[in-house]
Design a protein around this ligand. Sequence first.
Ligand code: 6AU
Length: 475
Amino acid sequence: MKSFEEKLKNFAKELFEANAIKFGEYKTKIGVMTPVYCDLRVIVSYPKLMDTLADLLIVKVEKMNVELLCGVPYTALPIATAVSLKLLKPMVMRRKEAKDYGTKKLIEGIFTAGQTCLIVEDVVTSGSSILETAKDLNGVGIKCTDAIVLLNREQGGEHFLMKNGIKMHSLLTLTQMVGYLREFGCVDDAVVEQVKSYLANTQIDEVSLNETITKDRLGLSFLDRAKYAKNPVSQELFKIMSSKQTTLCVAADLTNSTDILNLAERVGPHICALKTHIDIVEDFHPNMLGPLQEIANRHNFILFEDRKFCDIGKTVEYQYSKGGGCISSWANLVTAHSLLGKGVLDAIKGSEGLQKRGVFLLAETSAAGSLITESYVKSTLEMAEEYSDLVAGIVCQSPLFLKNPGLIQLTPGVRIDIKKDDLGQQYNSPASIVLERGADIAVVGRGITLAKDPEVAAAAYKKLLWDAYLQRIKE
Ligand code: 6AU
């Protein structure tokens, strides 16, 4: 009978032979050079290796008092499945796709709030993927106190997770792995030294770990987040939200100017922003803009034109600052797509108009069947972070991680009475969009405009949203 350590050594060698661990000069995702590259995705092509891995993992998992397993998507999903099959322990799955969040749950599988779950991961560097998974699980009431990983790269992840209440167990550390491979003659002393000095020089330092912990926007109050906001409109929004105790943005999707003004007057005390589609107003005349601004000033809310700019920079410049709507002269906020790249943002930044201007970039949508992909969402977030002096936040449907907590998540598709309309719009409840989907500001249109009394409806949505926000920052 081989000892656990012997099995582990052989497993390390098999990983190396399967090309799951490579030594050389590799560039990491963030552009830093590394002498060791782990690509554990290949394990799915070696069922025997997967079987050995599961056998090794269950030795540790058996001793843990957990009710559920959850693999971090995607590489660890089959690993968690293999463990689940051996131990007959149920799994839950965390959805990663940005698409279609409107109808699908973030966490799939059967569970009850209060159950404990072990997170399974392949490689850990900073631990942030485990933390993201834990947050989604926590969002539906599942407790995560432990994580098990195949390989700990020893760059600060274990410490970071510990600070966030998650104990990380690992089968192998990078040092251990390299040591075993040296024993087998798979690598020479020079490689061992290279890895050693790489690890000594690439620790994710305590300060940046703490920063990440304290800066997670979902647990911070709006007043605290205002300090991180670089855009003047988002700073103002945070202040309005805090002082008026509202995260409600009403979508005034009405086709008559008088109706819009009447609605603005009535819902004004309950909102932080009024969102318009000015191009649907049949009797539009710039004359309506003065009264609209006066109402916005009096009730202290921001005017927000949902123009969803998506064209070459020059055209966007014209659409934003010229024409009948002359958006840049009255709307402090606008929406834009990231599809055509940074030119759209450069155009908005350089156009004439109000000094105080902010953009919400559309990262995900509430529309069924949207073509937006995961990598599109990722690139949109990167663009938002890069332009955070202009970008006030993002429009999305899930609790996307924003490095800068000064960015605001705006989430449409909110309604109490129905789940969808007949043209692909998908709705969630106010509590769900704040607690499960990470919304800071909620956009409610027809839930208010079609209500018998829009003012009463606005007050009701405002309260539900604010209560959910208070619960979120208390957790
Ligand atoms: O509550 P509703 O369905 O009556 O209105 C929702 C509002 C509309 C949409 O144009 C807008 O929110 N919207 C957006 C925004 C704000 O950009 C994005 C999205 O994904 N879904 C969505 O409905 O004015």
